[in-house]
Design a protein around this ligand. Structure first.
Ligand SMILES: Nc1ncnc2c1ncn2[C@@H]1O[C@H](COP(=O)(O)OP(=O)(O)OP(=O)(O)O)[C@@H](O)[C@H]1O
Ligand SMILES: [Mg+2]
Length: 775
């Protein structure tokens, strides 16, 4: 059982250290306290000088079986703790302590001499100074008394003589305590030397050897050694611990980083839609993910270490874009952009690129992280969407304008039909030459109006086209006279056609009109005159392109060396009513007419022009099928005009103006006329009047159309000839167009021609084509 804390505090306070002596675990309850009481009175409170007491303690400790006492008190002597509680005493040096310890136990004659000297002392000098003969003598005498308390009385007498009665008693009490302490230490073998004493002996090995017997010295050296080793080990362990601690911390950080890195790798490697890779500060690739492999086609092994500029297209590389991109990222902390990049196989893709600079903790640039996405599909989709929108907008616009134009042209046609018809009759009846001149003038104006409506109708695709195989090689030279007349003498027209150019499927009259429109544009673009080249070449369209479906075409082109068009004009040239010509000079309907014809024929008009570099208008027309070529010979334009006959004709039109005019024209040449303002009325007249030989009917009428009327007539009047007069393509799709059609506006001779054809054709069901005169 250990001494209570308060007791131990008291001891420690008194000695300046807590000697192991007072720490014995084996102490019987209360015994150590009693020993402490004894120590206080016999040792600490003993009035003998402290230094003397300690020297004597050390001197006598040599006779203790256990060396603990001597070691501890040498400690007190040299200043470890407070020797005997007297702080004023200077500690002894190690040398002096050694000298003290080396004094041999006195031989009997030495002792006798000492006792003699003590007994001879006349002056009582109670306690001797250290290392004096007196002290030596006294120590020798006290040694005897210590070892053999019942020693011969003269030893005790000699001491009493030298130090006096009182001091003798103090000395005997003191020595009793030393003996008690020795007993104590002898019964407590677990007492070990305090650390400060081990250190002292380590510093002074000779002291150690002196204080300890050889075996104990050996043991102690072992202990000292052990202590030293332990101390060293501890120190090392501490260092080790701190190193281990630091290592562990690093390890934890590294593990966390590794885990983080692992997760990051997993993520990066799982991503296949994005190319994620790193560059060093110079732009060389240092990492590569599966997304990058998929996107760019390079394996990791072949791309690591390469410069990332190889992904750029040549133009961008030449413009040093890769370098600028990295500089931007480094400066602004990020770069984001889109552009073309090149895969390993040389193919291009539209990329979205993000570059982030990577800096070390010191803020130095160490590289870049780069993420690339393939947006080609989106880009293409966007472009085609824009193109589609543009095309849709364009076609909607054309459609709207076409509707409008077609509507106006329809009404205009009826007016012109009436005007022309009436003028012609008036001209025949007029006798005054000046009136005839005026009527001719009016007729020319009406003709121009008619030509205009015609263009409008072609553009609006409401002009019924007479499709047939057309031989361009024959058609163009046939226009020579017309062109010369229209263009004037300063224009040179060259033609360049290859041998064996296939025929095209279109309306030959309209094609002539289209060429004339293009030629007039060319002339207007070359006020000083110049060459116009009309050429044609066969073309094959493999993939649908623009409005052209895959197939065989002939590209008929007309090229001038005129002023050309700037981009803006070129973009708008085909728009109806767009013209750059002076008011009154241009209608802006020339190109729309050509465009309308091309589209209606299943082809396309393509304009190529640059300001100051001339213009080429290409008219792409589909090649005619063989069977269509074969029917060409059927063209009935050459139906001979037979001699005039008088007929009973039923005229049907909802427009009274047209009706009256038509009736007047027919009446003028001697026919007998019935007028009906609707199909119903016509049927009623047919039922009522026998002898009607011909029906001429308008197509567009309310309630019942011309075609419906024809259908109604099939049963009761199957052989009655009918002429369908129509201003534009208002016939429903799929209509059998083999009946005679008369294009509005028509002139008297057109009408006469149609009547003659209808009446002379052997096939009563009018399997004839009526060739509309060109305008
Ligand atoms: N060969 C060409 N060279 C230069 N510009 C041209 C040529 N052809 C057409 N253009 C331009 O396109 C515009 C439209 O032509 P378009 O034939 O449709 O009408 P226009 O020639 O102005 O009138 P119109 O044909 O009724 O006389 C012209 O006004 C002109 O600006
Ligand atoms: Mg024109």
């Amino acid at each position: 059982m250990e001494a209570p804390a308060t007791f131990r505090d008291e001891v420690a306070e008194r000695f300046g250290v807590l000697p192991n002596f007072f720490c014995s675990a084996k102490a019987a309850p209360g015994l150590i306290e009693r020993l402490w009481d004894f120590a206080k009175s016999a040792y600490l409170d003993n009035p003998l000088p402290s230094l003397f007491k300690e020297r004597l303690f050390v001197h006598l400790s040599r006779f203790c079986v256990v060396r603990y006492c001597i070691v501890r008190h040498v400690g007190f002597l040299v200043g470890h703790g407070r020797p005997a509680g007297d702080g004023s005493v200077e500690p002894e040096t190690v040398d002096k302590v050694i000298a003290l310890l080396r004094r041999p136990v006195p031989a009997s004659e030495v002792l006798e001499a000492a006792l003699g000297r003590l007994s001879a002392r006349t002056v009582i000098e109670p306690i001797p100074a250290p290392r004096t003969e007196f002290e030596h003598d006294l120590f020798d005498a006290l040694t005897v008394l210590f070892l053999a308390p019942l020693a011969p009385g003269h030893v005790r007498e000699a001491v009493r003589t030298a130090v006096g009665e009182t001091n003798l008693e103090f000395l005997l009490g003191f020595m009793a305590f030393i003996r008690a302490a020795h007993y104590w230490t002898e019964t407590h073998s677990d007492l070990t030397y305090e650390a400060d004493m081990l250190a002292l002996m380590e510093q002074h090995p000779e002291l150690g050897e002196l204080l300890l017997d050889p075996a104990e010295a050996e043991q102690t050296r072992g202990a000292i050694e052990r202590a030293r080793v332990i101390a060293t080990l501890r120190k090392r362990e501490e260092q080790f611990q701190s190193v281990v601690g630091a290592l562990q911390h690093n390890l934890q950080v590294q593990e966390a980083e590794a885990a983080e890195l692992g997760r990051y790798r997993l993520l990066v490697n799982a991503v296949t839609d994005y190319a994620i890779y790193m560059l060093d500060a110079n732009g060389r690739i240092t990492s590569w993910n599966p997304g990058a492999r998929r996107l760019k086609g390079y394996e990791e092994a072949e791309i690591l270490g390469q410069h990332f500029s190889r992904f750029y297209i040549d133009e961008d590389r030449a413009a040093r874009l890769p370098t600028r991109v990295l500089a931007t990222a480094a400066k602004d902390g990020r770069f984001e952009g889109e552009g073309w990049r090149v895969r390993k196989d040389g193919s291009r893709f539209w990329a979205n690129v993000i570059i982030d600079p990577i800096r070390n903790p010191a803020g130095e640039l160490v590289g870049y992280a780069k993420i690339t996405r393939d947006l080609t599909e989106r880009h293409d989709a966007q472009l085609s969407l824009e193109r589609t929108r543009e095309a849709l907008f364009q076609s909607q616009k054309m459609e709207a304008v076409g509707q409008l134009t077609g509507g106006i042209a329809h009404d205009f046609n009826n007016l012109l039909t009436a005007i022309i018809g009436s003028l012609e009759i008036a001209r025949r009846r007029a006798t005054d030459a000046s009136v005839i001149r005026l009527i001719d003038n009016a007729l020319r104006g009406a003709e121009r109006g008619s030509s205009l409506t015609h263009r409008m109708l072609v553009f609006a695709r409401r002009q019924e086209l007479n499709f047939q195989p057309v031989d361009i090689v024959a058609l163009v030279p046939g226009m020579a006279e017309l062109l010369e007349r229209s263009l004037g003498p300063s224009m040179r027209v060259e033609t360049r056609f290859p041998l064996g150019l296939p025929w095209v499927n279109t309306d030959s009259n309209q094609l002539e009109m289209a060429l004339l429109n293009l030629a007039v544009n060319a002339r207007d673009a070359m006020p000083q005159g110049g060459p116009i080249v009309i050429a044609a070449r066969p073309e094959t369209v493999a993939l649908a392109h623009g409005r052209l479906q895959p197939g065989e075409y002939v590209c008929l082109s007309l090229t001038d060396a005129g002023e050309g068009m700037d981009e803006d004009t070129l973009a708008r040239a085909i728009d109806p009513f767009f013209t750059t010509k002076e008011t009154g000079k241009g209608t802006g309907l020339g190109l729309p007419m050509v465009h309308g014809l091309a589209e209606h024929s299943g082809g396309q008009l393509i304009l190529r022009s640059q300001k100051g570099r001339g213009t080429t208008a290409e008219l792409w027309l589909p090649v005619a099928k063989k069977t269509e070529e074969a029917t060409e010979a059927e063209a009935p334009a050459q139906v001979p005009a037979k001699e005039h006959r008088r007929l009973i004709v039923l005229v049907v039109d909802d427009d009274p103006l047209v009706l009256t005019n038509m009736a007047a024209m027919l009446d003028d040449v001697g026919h007998k006329i019935f007028e009906a303002s609707s199909a119903r009325e016509a049927l009623a007249i047919l039922r009522r009047e026998s002898g009607i030989q011909l029906v001429i009917t308008d197509q567009a009428m309310p309630h019942m159309t011309g075609l419906q009327l024809i259908e109604e007539m099939k049963d009761n009047w199957p052989d009655l000839p009918v002429i369908l007069a129509t201003g534009f393509a208002e016939l429903p799709p799929g209509t059998d167009l083999r009946q005679i059609t008369l294009a509005k506006p028509f002139r008297q001779h057109d009408l006469a021609f149609a009547v003659e054809t209808a009446m002379t054709t052997p096939d009563a069901r009018r399997i004839l084509r009526f060739r509309v005169p060109a305008r």
